[in-house]
Design a protein around this ligand. Structure first.
Ligand SMILES: Nc1ncnc2c1ncn2[C@@H]1O[C@H](COP(=O)(O)OP(=O)(O)O)[C@@H](O)[C@H]1O
Ligand SMILES: N[C@@H](CCOP(=O)(O)O)C(=O)O
Length: 291
């Protein structure tokens, strides 16, 4: 029996749609794996009633198949599904890291990223790597077709999860098919600022780089109160605010000393719209850990 803790992640960070991602210090999924003749899955924890235990429908089933590694897989969800915090990816990342070790397959962390992404294809129809990459490798990741670049960044974050369900599949359907050249120019500038900010552990530069006028405005319509929460967080000192992944979580970058105030301000702003929410005061953290 092997236990793996794989962290929640925040993908996109505004300017890095389908490319950027960060591992969060908390929350996380804890997955226990035992060799078996066939794949069986058991799910407990946050939102487990909405997660299928059928290996053809759970992200870990696709990973076990890709690694030819049948096992009994117990998933204790710390990351609620359809949260924008890489819930489906956290389980897939844990399964990839755990089964690789259990069956001694010898893949590197980077090689496990496309394998774990096969799980994402099961739920969102697309094998995007931007959640599984940071959940497996930790820190800030840039995932492209050429592979993953990883930086051990340290930035304080607030992730505010409203009691709204937005499935990644639905949120991908509202992404505009085209962007203007001026939006492309702005996106390149913001993405470059964010990447430099990650290298320097600079929350100002990271926050500045989270601005996006292409994908975020289209998706904001799916999150009741998004604009109010964003403005409240910025007024409380956040250096940047955007939708985490496909939403509905709203994520803010900040200086350490402002984090607590920003967290309570975001909760209050959702509350004023009559939306219950929970908040994680967190920071960029490590990738999947095996116990
Ligand atoms: N191991 C898993 N953990 C979480 N969700 C899963 C898992 N396997 C399948 N799913 C399904 O994936 C969907 C949630 O994934 P997604 O919409 O990408 O949300 P998130 O942004 O939290 O990853 C739900 O329909 C859920 O039932
Ligand atoms: N790049 C993807 C990321 C989805 O993240 P999730 O945490 O909502 O699953 C997208 O924006 O569609």
């Amino acid at each position: 029996m092997l236990t793996v803790r794989a962290p929640a992640t925040s993908a996109n960070l505004g300017s890095g749609f389908d490319v950027f991602g960060v591992a969060l210090e908390r929350p996380a999924d804890v997955v226990r794996l035992k060799k078996a003749d066939r794949v069986t899955i058991e799910v407990t924890g946050a939102g487990s009633q909405y997660i299928p235990e059928d290996p053809n429908k759970n992200t870990v089933g696709a990973v076990a198949e890709a690694l030819d590694a049948p096992a009994h897989i117990q998933i204790d969800k710390g990351v609620r599904p359809a949260s924008g915090l890489g819930s489906s990816a956290a389980s897939a990342a844990a399964a990839a890291v755990g089964l690789n070790e259990l069956y001694d397959r010898g893949y590197s962390r980077e090689e496990l990223v496309p394998i774990a992404a096969k799980g994402e294809a099961v739920v969102s129809g697309d094998a995007h790597d931007d959640n599984v990459a940071p959940s497996i490798m930790g820190g800030f990741t840039i995932a492209t077709e050429k592979g993953v670049t990883q930086v051990d960044a340290d930035i304080p974050l607030v992730a505010c999860l409203p009691d709204i369900v937005v499935s990644t599949r639905d949120a991908r359907n509202v992404v505009p098919e085209t962007a203007r050249v001026d939006q492309m120019v702005e996106t390149v500038g913001n993405a470059a600022a964010l990447t430099t900010g990650m290298h320097r552990d600079d929350p100002e530069l990271v926050g500045q780089g989270m601005h996006d006028t292409v994908v975020t405005p289209a998706r904001a319509k799916l999150i009741d109160g998004y604009e109010q929460v964003r403005e409240a967080a910025l007024a409380a000192g956040a250096t940047g605010v955007t939708i985490s992944g496909a939403g509905p979580t709203v994520i803010a970058a900040c200086a350490e000393e402002d984090r607590r105030k920003i967290a309570s301000t975001m909760l209050d702003a959702f509350g004023e719209r009559g939306v219950d929410a929970r908040v994680y005061q967190t920071r960029i953290g490590r990738g999947a850990e095996v116990f």
